[in-house]
Design a binder for this molecule. Sequence first.
Ligand code: ASC
Length: 151
Amino acid sequence: MKQTLTTVAALAGLASALPAAAQFQKPEDAVKYRKAAFTVMAAHFGRIGAMAQGRVPFDAAAAAANADIVVAMSKLPYAGFVEGTAGTEKGQPNTKVWTERAKFDEGAKKMQDEVIKLAAAAKANNLDQLKAAFGSAAGSCKACHDNFRNQ
Ligand code: ASC
């Protein structure tokens, strides 16, 4: 597990170091990639949410393992937001992602910082701290959804 996470983290670092468009042959590939990254991130974030909301028993080691994956995944989707991949359907990104790119990037950074705090909270083995960090992280997801995703 640890080895896998180290590899994931190393690949995430590599991916974020490459110019975005250069990583994809076609715009659809970039869309698929970013959706896949968000899907994996949401699955692991959701498992922490289940503990934060008392739907499953709190297990600090499981929360920490999930949070480490969330941290690694949080670095990936943004390379997939290449020009010309806005959409008009519900759930697709709106054009503000590109016209207000600095604000979008700031929101991304905020989320990436919040999930690092979430991982620290999980490692502290303190459910109240985990609940608070989960709430802040979820808020940072929602802020971008409200601004940059078609409702
Ligand atoms: C989740 C998830 C999101 C965020 C968001 C928070 O669990 O999949 O996209 O939280 O719903 O508002």
